[in-house]
Design a protein around this ligand. Structure first.
Ligand code: AVJ
Length: 328
């Protein structure tokens, strides 16, 4: 692992370069359709820009999901009950968690995140709000099965995965994640998961291309990050942000599109983009009731209740770990 920090999950080379970032970028830029995995959008600058996105008027998912959490506390309480251990996947700096925790009164809270410092800071904040709650922050990559603390071994679990982050994964990866969550949480567990809904493409594209240009900055920051961390010479001023609704895949794609023919270097490798060519930087899949049910079932979860916000833009789904079974 690392020399810099034995607790960190980031693997740096002798020059301090994140090895996974470098190989993802070099591989991704070598493909016919250039593509960089969306997780690399979230360095410190990117995480702050995402926080800003949640405040622009066009980006409705955060507010819509929060309104469901505010409105449905009584039903959460009834269907989930008290004394569970809530395991939040990719807790970040979530403002939604307190709404859930006050509604269901769990016995423990286990936030999982790959960004350790961030994780411990937000866990401490939450502990201050809920002094009687046992909080066990775990620095982990939740894409893999996670070993939960012994203290919660005998408690029933509730997985919490808000924000429609599942939508950033293609179906193959989403199913892997849902299955590994099921293994992490065990038999008898439940999952409360946010999934954004298919709607008018103009509303979706505006949500990912706000008038103030915050999402454009968020996307362009990836090119800046490549320049900063990987010795890149990408002419950022020759790229523009685009959000495209791809109906066949039911997803909004973010791209960085070249305004002219360009050539640049990253880690001493040369790359070219013709005018109009793009780097694909993010997928945000959207769902309807059937597609969300299908995805959850494929991952080993049976939906038991689905809530929408008052304007019908976003869904929050409660699912049970299902017994594997054949017909019927
Ligand atoms: C929080 C990752 C789900 O896809 O809607 C927002 C990220 N990207 N605007 C999303 C995002 C562009 C967001 N997720």
């Amino acid at each position: 692992m690392t020399k810099n920090n034995s607790m960190s999950l980031v693997d740096l080379d002798e020059g301090g370069v994140d090895r996974a970032f470098r190989s993802d970028v070099l591989e991704g830029l070598s493909q016919r359709q250039k593509a960089v995995p969306a997780r690399w959008l979230y360095d410190d600058a990117g995480s702050e820009l995402f926080e800003d996105i949640t405040k622009v008027p066009e980006y409705y998912p955060t507010r819509a999901e929060r309104s469901i959490l505010e409105a449905q506390g009584a039903e959460f309480c009834e269907l989930i009950g008290p004394d569970r251990a809530v395991v939040e996947f990719g807790s970040g700096s979530s403002l939604k968690t307190p709404l859930l925790l006050s509604a269901i009164e769990p016995a423990a809270y286990v936030p999982l995140d790959i960004a350790g410092d961030f994780l411990r800071a937000s866990a401490a904040e939450l502990q201050a709000k809920f002094p009687d709650l046992a909080v066990y922050p775990i620095e982990a990559d939740f894409m893999r099965r996670v070993e939960l603390p012994a203290a919660v071994a005998d408690m029933a679990k509730l997985g919490f995965f808000p924000g429609s982050t599942i939508g950033n994964m293609v179906a193959w990866t989403a199913v892997d994640l849902l299955r590994s969550m099921r293994e992490t949480l065990g038999d008898g567990s439940q999952l409360l998961i946010g999934m954004d809904l298919i709607k008018d493409p103009s509303v979706l594209e505006a949500a990912y291309d706000d008038a103030a240009g915050v999402t454009a900055e968020f996307n362009l920051n990836l090119a800046r990050r490549i320049n900063r961390e990987l010795d890149g010479t990408i002419p950022v001023e020759a790229l523009h942000h685009e959000a495209r609704w791809e109906d066949t895949f039911a997803r909004v794609e973010m791209h960085l599109v070249a305004d002219r023919d360009i050539e640049f270097e990253v880690c001493d490798e040369t790359f070219r983009m013709a005018k109009g060519e793009s780097i694909h930087t993010e997928n945000s899949h959207k769902f309807d009731e059937r597609s969300s049910t299908m995805l959850l079932l494929a991952g080993g979860w049976t939906p038991v209740k689905r809530w929408l916000d008052a304007e019908g833009r976003f869904s929050l789904i409660l699912a049970d770990a299902s017994e594997p079974r054949n017909a019927p």
